[in-house]
Design a binder for this molecule. Structure first.
Ligand code: NAD
Length: 331
């Protein structure tokens, strides 16, 4: 079987070549994102493998159908970028990697919290310039704080376990309450109450029409002054304009984001020699209490190995006509 990879980075190539040795598949690694122009690269392959920001829209699916592609193996958990109705219309199956290392993302969310709460991003720069002054580096303890977790799926649960270890009080909102989390001491409350009571809010729900701009001017107004907001889920959970206003008014004490609303134009690219045209991310970067990482929360050795393994198992199940356990369909 020949599989075309889109948006390939060196770490994808390495992990798939390492994990793929026993499968006997032929891989074509393309750096290009999947789009209306690059879809032609899929010719001669039976399946394609795409990543979080590859838009799989109706036009692309129609072309893929024409090229004989029957399976799109997403090497990620989120699938908001795929038009599932159109995939069904063209008889193209979509499989994903539902969970690879929830701890990788949860630990990154905590890395953002710890960096911002103890200003280690500033300390790092100071010390490199022989500036050992600690003036202005006063932080806050995480111990004893109330943490609000929106979405207690695999990543949200891993996040709650870490928060428990730090000695936090944990509140959560999810459409489905989880018994394991309740046993851990997590208290489920309505969204408004979680937002109003928490010192730190971490987003772990998927991007859906219901959760788009979950954090907006109105929901920000429920929050305490100086609240910390962390988003490692999907950029559009946050209305960036509203969050910029909240940073300016000091409603938000700090903001840590690994995902951004318009990230598909920016993230995963080296733009260091270019002028950034995105006004909002440029504004965000001017705040001393904002930390942005470029969608790297998943990026650990352990997660990459598991992503490759599950993706290859998805492809094998499809090829052998077995049940495609990780298939996603239009509901
Ligand atoms: P999951 O499916 O295990 O859990 C999602 C949880 O959100 C579920 O418990 C679900 O009931 C809940 N939920 C759904 N709609 C909700 C709503 N309207 N309000 C509150 N809760 C709601 O998913 P996961 O593996 O925990 O991943 C969560 C998200 O993290 C993914 O959707 C993806 O967008 C993101 N993610 C980011 C990275 C990264 O590198 N930054 C990596 C993997 C996943």
């Amino acid at each position: 079987m020949k599989i075309a990879f889109f948006s390939t980075k060196s770490y994808d190539r390495e992990s798939f070549l390492r994990q793929g040795q026993s499968y006997g598949y032929e891989f074509s690694f393309f750096e290009a994102q999947l789009n209306h122009q690059t879809v032609a690269l899929a010719e001669g392959h039976q399946a394609i493998c795409t990543f979080v920001n590859d838009p799989v829209d109706e036009f692309t699916l129609k072309k893929l159908n024409h090229l004989g592609i029957r399976l799109i193996a997403l090497r990620c958990a989120g699938y908001n970028q795929v038009n599932l109705q159109a995939a069904e219309k063209y008889g193209i199956h979509i499989a994903r990697v539902p969970a690879y290392s929830p701890e990788a993302v949860a630990e990154h969310a905590f890395a953002l919290i710890l960096t911002l709460s103890r200003k280690t991003h500033k300390a790092y720069n100071r010390v490199r310039e022989n500036n050992f002054s600690i003036e202005g580096l006063t932080g806050v303890n995480i111990h004893g704080k109330t943490v609000g977790v929106i979405g207690t799926g695999a990543i949200g649960r891993a996040f709650c376990r870490i928060a428990k270890g730090f000695g936090c009080k944990i509140l959560a909102f999810d459409l489905q309450e989880n018994e394991e989390m309740k046993a851990l001491g997590v208290t489920y409350l309505p969204l408004k109450e979680v937002l109003a009571t928490s010192h730190i809010i971490s987003l772990h729900c998927p991007l859906t029409p219901q959760t788009r701009h979950l954090i907006n001017a109105e929901t920000l107004s429920y929050m305490q002054n100086g609240v910390a907001l962390i988003n490692t889920s999907r950029g559009a959970l946050i209305d960036t304009k509203a969050v910029i206003k909240a940073l300016k008014s000091k409603k938000l004490g700090f903001l840590g984001i690994d995902v951004y609303e318009q990230e598909e134009h920016i993230f995963f690219k080296n733009l260091s020699d270019e002028i950034l045209e995105d006004e909002q991310i440029s504004r965000l970067m001017t705040f001393p209490n904002v930390l942005i990482t470029g969608h790297q929360a998943f990026l650990t050795n352990e997660a990459l190995a598991q992503i490759a393994l599950t993706t290859l198992e998805n492809i094998k199940a499809f090829e052998q006509g077995s049940v495609l356990v990780n298939e996603i369909k239009a509901s």
